[in-house]
Design a protein around this ligand. Sequence first.
Ligand SMILES: Cc1cc2nc3c(=O)[nH]c(=O)nc-3n(C[C@H](O)[C@H](O)[C@H](O)COP(=O)(O)OP(=O)(O)OC[C@H]3O[C@@H](n4cnc5c(N)ncnc54)[C@H](O)[C@@H]3O)c2cc1C
Length: 239
Amino acid sequence: MATGGNGEGFIPDIPGLKSFPGEVIHSSYYKLGKLYINKKVLVIGSGNSGMEIALDLSNYGAQTSIVVRSPFHVMTKEWIWLGMVLVKYLPIRFVDSLLLMLSKFKYGDLSKYGIVRPKLGPLSLKAATGMSAVIDVGTIIKTKSGEIQVLKDPLHIRQDEVTFSDGKLYQFDAIILATGYKTTIKTWLKVVDEMTEVPSLDEGLNLILELLAVFDVATEVLVKFAEFAFISLAASFIF
Ligand SMILES: Cc1cc2nc3c(=O)[nH]c(=O)nc-3n(C[C@H](O)[C@H](O)[C@H](O)COP(=O)(O)OP(=O)(O)OC[C@H]3O[C@@H](n4cnc5c(N)ncnc54)[C@H](O)[C@@H]3O)c2cc1C
């Protein structure tokens, strides 16, 4: 079954979100920046969805702000392609260093614009956590020019006003939640009905490791048995 695991939009629990009088949608329902011309729009979440939606909004003349909560790498799709090719032949840390060098050369220090690079390199981070780099399609240049405003975590919402963790307060006409996805496994995996609960990733991994351990012991017994049979056969020929 290749139906995807994380299919439902994740809606964060932001105090006061329900009091917001304007449009609030998850990024999966976003259609076109044209619908937001001259509107003040807040995009919450700076994954690939948030960054591309912010760019689209700004291109259509919306006054766009984006909430950046956690560190991420900014790459181009060509660099990611290059990294994927090189990592087949070179150590991942070396390839990460090369990608970081390219990113620093092209984009410089983005921390003054509110974008911080993670400590782990882009490929190591992907391998360790599944977290992808953001592929820049033009958002960064607009962030640097101030056309797209970067904001910190939204603390609470009161009507059309949003207060951020650095104490700033702004008014918005619409909010787009580009906050990622959550698993839908319980809605389509029939066997779940027969189980008390869905095993966590850790439990699943442990089960696989236990099965592998049993398989290992079984293989070892078989090999020993084959060795013994071979030696007995050889001995019966000799003596
Ligand atoms: C382990 C794993 C591996 C994957 N591998 C691949 C792959 O190889 N190829 C592929 O195409 N897809 C892959 N995916 C799927 C891919 O990651 C998602 O489709 C993609 O990340 C969705 O992008 P997004 O921007 O919508 O959400 P995300 O990338 O999840 O971004 C959501 C953002 O919202 C922020 N956020 C959340 N809540 C709040 C809040 N309350 N306030 C402020 N910010 C908030 C988060 O910090 C994050 O920056 C993988 C997914 C997982 C889980």
